[in-house]
Design a protein around this ligand. Structure first.
Ligand SMILES: [Zn+2]
Length: 219
């Protein structure tokens, strides 16, 4: 399989993640699943995203075996492999350590559905996965369990994982979760916030999937 197109997408998404301020230096990671084969293309471990090239990308099978590339894969490759194994609908994953989402992760508090955008992209609150050391199979397990069938999940005392059918959408998931986390804290500063009801959240999510999901856009 020709992986260059997918490598380029991963490189561009990693750079965008840096530009958007969702990560600093080498933290966070990005992967894509090209097609139906059990293969993923992932960012390498510990490299500055600004200088990434095709030769730095790593292709793995779902057991974490390197199929292509000279670099070590991201230290969170187990988490990526586990999500792809359990969620055939997920074709792209973006993992960030953005500030406001990380504040909720540190407090081990789910991000409530207080924006229609979060209802659209996640269909419910962003849950927090139990704490495990980074890079471990236990973290991959707790992350997948807390993610369930949703798009985003917080890793306790660590960061955020966004999943989607495309990299552009996975990056958008991370941006919307980060923005909602920020708004939640500001709204708390004003006294309180009103969470959308489960019924309205489900309707908004349903409408989004039907009307906009295919285009990866939004109203
Ligand atoms: Zn991380």
């Amino acid at each position: 399989m020709l992986l260059e197109k997918y490598e380029q997408e991963v490189i561009e998404t990693a750079r965008q993640m840096l530009r958007c301020g969702l990560v600093t230096a080498t933290w966070g990671n990005v992967s894509v699943r090209p097609g139906t084969e059990e293969i993923l293309v992932i960012t390498p471990s510990g490299m500055d995203y600004a200088g990434l090239g095709h030769a730095d990308m790593v292709a793995l099978d779902f057991s974490g075996r390197v199929l292509k590339g000279e670099r070590k894969p991201s230290s969170e490759y187990r988490l990526h492999c586990k999500i792809y194994r359990e969620r055939p609908d997920v074709l792209a994953i973006v993992h960030t350590h953005s500030v406001f989402a990380s504040a909720f992760a540190a407090a081990r508090t789910p991000i409530p559905v207080i924006t229609e955008e979060l209802a659209q992209i996640n269909g419910g609150p962003v849950k927090v996965a139990d704490y495990h050391l980074p890079g471990t199979p236990e973290l991959a397990q707790s992350c997948t369990r807390a993610l369930g069938s949703r798009s985003a999940v917080l890793l306790a005392n660590h960061g955020l994982v966004g999943t989607a059918p495309t990299l552009a959408e996975a990056l958008k998931v991370c941006q919307i979760v980060e923005k909602t986390a920020q708004i939640t804290l500001y709204a708390k500063g004003l006294g309180a916030f009103q969470e959308l009801s489960a019924k309205d959240t489900a309707r908004i999510r349903d409408y989004y999937l039907k009307a906009y999901g295919q285009r990866g856009g939004g109203p």
